[in-house]
Design a protein around this ligand. Structure first.
Ligand code: FAD
Length: 408
C-alpha cells in the first residue's frame, strides 16, 4: 500500500511536521524541532502514563548521551545515570572481566528507557510547549508522494477523525507501527534475519548480582545480566523460540540463571520478584531506503535489532539527531538543506549495518556453545579467548561494543 485513501472532507489543521510515535526517536525529533521554533504534532497511541513506565532498554553509548546533551536533553541523565566501563564474560566456569573503557576512553551510561522517555516528554510538552496527542487511534498516512502529505487519526475523546496537513511526516512508531507499512511496495527493500532462537526477557525487583553486565556462555544456552538501577535488574535466558512465559516458572528461571552464570569466585545471584517475563522472538530487519517522498522513518520503524548488543535505542537516537537537524534545515530553507535530507537514509544506514554485523558476530559467541555442535562450540570458545589474549582483538571489540568508531 502506498498510503491510505484520503479521509472525507473536513477542515484539516496545518502543521510543518507530524511525528508518529512518542518513543526515544519521535520525542527527540520533536524536541529538536521545538528548540528551533518549528511547530510539530506528536501522535502517540498509548497514554503518557503507559509510555513513561514501559520497560525496555537501559544502555546508552557515550556518543548518544553527548548528542542528547548538546541538544539540552541529558540533564537528568547526566546527574543520575551510572557509568559502566567493563563487562564480564563467564565461560568454562570462570569469570573474565573485560575493561572496554580503558581501551576506548569511553563508557556506557545506564539509564532505563522509561526515565529517558519521561525526561523527553516533559521537555517537549511541558518546557518547549510541544503539541503531543496521546491515546490516538487509527493513525493513517496519506498522499506521501506529494508535497502536501496528510495524517489522519481518531481522537480518543470525541471519536472523530482528525486530519493534519503537513510538509513532512516522521515515522517513529516502532516495530509495530503503521509508518513502515505506508511505504509503497517496490520502493523500499526490507532485509530480514531470524536467529531461530528466543530470549526470555526478565526484570527482577532485586539489586544487580554484579556491578557490571554479565554474559554467560554455557552449553545450556546464553544467560545475561544487565543492571538497570539499584533495585531493578534485567536478566535474559536463551530459550526455544516457541516458548511462552508459562514454560518458565520462577524456580526454573532462577535455577537456569544460577547454572548458566556460575563461575569460580562469583557471588550468588540476588533473587527478587520477577516483575516482567516475556519471550522475545529474536530477529532483525532493515528498511532501505528509510525514506519515501515526504515520509522519513526513524528508529525501530526503520530497523529492528535484537537486544544482543544493546544497540536499538542508540540507533533510534542517531536517526533522530540526523532527522531533526535535516528537517530543521529544510523548514528554515537553509542552504544545502535538500542535500542533508537526501543524505539522511544513507548516513543512518551505515551505522545501522555496522551494528547489525556486530550483533551477528556477538550472537555466534552467545549461542554457539549451546548448539550441540562441538565444532561451533570450539569456534565460540576460540573467539572468546582471543578477546583476552589479543590486544588488537580486544580493542576492535571495545570499539564496536561502544559504537566508538571515528567514522561509519
Ligand atoms: P519505540 O520505543 O518502540 O517507540 C515507538 C512509539 O510509537 C511507542 O511509544 C508506540 O506506542 C508508538 N506507536 C506504535 N504504533 C503507533 C501508531 N500506530 N500510532 C501512534 N503511535 C504508535 N536498546 C538499547 O539501545 N539498549 C538496550 O539496553 C536495549 N535493551 C532492550 C531490551 C528489550 C527487552 C527490548 C524489547 C528492547 C531493547 N532495546 C535496547 C531496544 C530499544 O528499546 C528500542 O530500539 C527503542 O525503543 C526504539 O525506539 P523508537 O523510538 O524507535 O521506538
Amino acid at each position: 500500500m502506498t498510503s491510505s485513501p484520503s479521509p472525507g472532507p473536513g477542515s484539516a489543521q496545518r502543521v510543518p511536521v507530524v511525528i508518529v510515535g512518542a518513543g526515544p526517536a519521535g520525542l527527540t525529533v520533536g524536541n529538536i524541532l521545538r528548540a528551533a521554533g518549528i511547530d510539530c504534532v506528536v501522535l502517540e497511541c498509548e497514554t503518557r502514563a503507559f509510555i513513561e513506565r514501559r520497560p525496555r532498554a537501559g544502555f546508552l553509548e557515550e556518543w548518544a548521551v553527548r548528542g542528547l546533551d548538546r541538544r539540552g536533553l541529558a540533564g537528568n541523565l547526566l546527574a543520575r545515570a551510572e557509568r559502566h566501563a567493563a563487562c564480564e564474560f563467564r565461560f568454562e566456569g570462570e569469570q573474565h572481566r573485560f575493561h572496554y573503557g580503558e581501551l576506548t576512553n569511553s563508557h556506557h551510561y545506564v539509564y532505563p528507557q522509561p526515565l529517558l522517555v519521561t525526561d523527553l516528554v516533559r521537555e517537549y510538552a511541558d518546557v518547549r510547549g510541544g503539541d503531543i496527542r496521546f491515546a490516538v487511534r487509527d493513525v493513517r498516512l496519506h498522499d506521501l508522494g506529494t508535497d502536501r502529505p496528510r495524517v489522519s487519526y481518531t481522537c480518543p475523546r470525541t471519536g472523530r477523525v482528525q486530519v493534519l496537513r503537513c510538509d513532512f511526516v516522521a515515522g517513529c512508531d516502532g516495530a509495530r507501527g503503521v509508518s513502515r507499512g505506508a511505504l509503497p511496495p517496490g520502493r523500499a527493500r526490507v532485509a530480514r534475519h531470524d536467529y531461530g532462537i528466543g530470549w526470555l526477557a526478565l526484570l527482577a525487583e532485586a539489586p544487580p548480582s554484579a556491578d557490571c553486565v554479565l554474559f554467560g556462555v554455557h552449553p545450556d544456552g546464553f544467560a545475561g545480566q544487565m543492571p538497570r538501577s539499584p533495585d531493578v535488574t534485567r536478566y535474559y535466558l536463551q530459550c526455544p523460540p516457541g516458548d511462552t512465559p508459562g514454560d518458565w516458572p520462577d524456580d526454573r528461571v532462577w535455577e537456569q540463571l544460577h547454572r548458566r552464570l556460575a563461575a569460580t569466585g562469583a557471588a550468588p545471584l540476588t533473587r527478587g520478584p520477577l516483575i516482567e517475563k516475556r519471550v522475545l522472538d529474536m530477529h532483525d530487519y532493515v528498511v532501505e531506503p528509510m525514506r519515501h517522498g515526504r515520509l522519513f522513518l526513524a528508529g525501530d520503524a526503520a530497523h529492528l535489532i535484537a537486544p544482543i548488543a544493546a544497540k536499538g535505542m542508540n540507533l533510534a537516537l542517531h536517526d533522530a539527531f540526523l532527522l531533526g537537524d535535516a528537517l530543521t534545515a529544510r523548514l528554515r530553507g537553509l542552504p544545502g538543506a535538500e542535500a542533508l535530507s537526501d543524505a539522511y537514509s544513507p548516513a543512518c544506514l551505515r551505522r545501522v549495518w555496522d551494528y547489525q554485523e556486530f550483533s551477528q558476530w556477538l550472537s555466534d559467541i552467545y549461542h554457539g556453545a549451546a548448539t550441540g555442535d562441538p565444532f561451533r562450540a570450539g569456534v565460540t570458545l576460540a573467539r572468546l579467548r582471543r578477546l583476552f589474549t589479543s590486544p588488537r582483538a580486544a580493542a576492535a571489540f571495545a570499539e564496536q561494543y561502544l559504537g566508538a568508531a571515528e567514522r561509519y
